[in-house]
Design a binder for this molecule. Structure first.
Ligand SMILES: [Cu+2]
Length: 110
């Protein structure tokens, strides 16, 4: 038989591990651009050199993340599809949706 105090300790430990896991997930997703309602959110995202940015399409319509100078191109993203691109050089990367060119966004790499 386990003592009640031992059980309480295990319970607190498990809660602490869950909380840390949840925080880790949040910080790990900071370089994410969500596509919804025909816009990129955030429209301007600033990341560090070497960071990987992930776009995820939450619209029912297909979209793309296409660099204005064609340095990257996601191809068509359907609902739930993701696209990741690593940025290894500082600069400003303008992009748009090839299917809806009025949709624009910007990645700033510092
Ligand atoms: Cu689009």
């Amino acid at each position: 038989m386990l003592k009640r105090s031992t059980l309480n300790f295990v319970l607190v430990l498990m809660l602490a591990i869950c909380a840390m896991a949840a925080m880790g997930r949040t910080s790990g997703n900071s370089n994410e651009v969500v596509i919804k309602n025909f816009s990129f959110e955030p429209a301007t995202l600033t990341v560090k050199v070497g960071a990987t940015v992930t776009w995820v399409n939450n619209d029912d319509e297909p979209h793309t993340a296409t660099a204005t100078d064609k340095r990257f191109n996601s191809k068509t993203l359907d609902n739930g599809d993701r696209f990741s691109q690593q940025f290894n050089a500082p600069g400003v990367y303008d992009y748009y949706c090839a299917l809806h060119p009025h949709m624009t966004g910007k990645i700033i790499v510092k």
